[in-house]
Design a protein around this ligand. Sequence first.
Ligand code: SAM
Length: 204
Amino acid sequence: MSGRPWDASYRDGPAPWDIGRPQPAIARLASAGAFVGAVLDAGCGTGENALHVAALGLPVLGIDVAETALAMARKKAHERGLDVEFVAADALQLQRLGRRFTTVLDCGLFHTFDDNERQQYAVGLASVIEPGGTLYVLCFSDIGPDTGPHPVSRDELAAAFNPAAGWSVIALDAERIHTRFHGDDGAPAWLATVKRVSKDCATL
Ligand SMILES: C[S@@+](CC[C@H](N)C(=O)[O-])C[C@H]1O[C@@H](n2cnc3c(N)ncnc32)[C@H](O)[C@@H]1O
């Protein structure tokens, strides 16, 4: 786990991406009924998205490598009277969770991984998402102006979820990610909706 550099981002004031509320795109998904069953928030940070989904009454596990962020997320859950699990775990080793989820959320994690890590991540995701389950990825896009760090192209995002490995990208829409350093409209983003089609395709 490469948690240390990430943890430092949370120690001295809010991290640049930590806007203190759910991402509007994720809140819209939640309002539309996109989250069902057991939910995993991979790279949950201080938990605003996970807590928003948990407030709908769904069981949510948030994982992150940054212990400081997890402690903040647990404190918020306690203060809001919400029962959410926030656990230190590496999203590049999802198999180790030994659990299955109907819905997985990735808000701002995918775009931090390089090509090899994305392949590794997809293999792990395949092991934790139930057949028929759904992965939502909200990441920075490369369609400017004012792109965020690590912008991802539409092709790169789609390529990470290979149909031959049991994935189906059913939507890949232009969205916005809000940060503490972009204006009111946020930064250009993609919102991918990816279905887990087959349980038999275990590799990339
Ligand atoms: C850009 S932040 C987004 C945080 C949160 N999802 C949000 O929207 O505020 C990326 C998060 O992923 C976490 N992270 C990075 N690499 C990770 C890994 N391999 N496993 C789990 N979490 C990771 C970081 O600690 C950080 O909290």
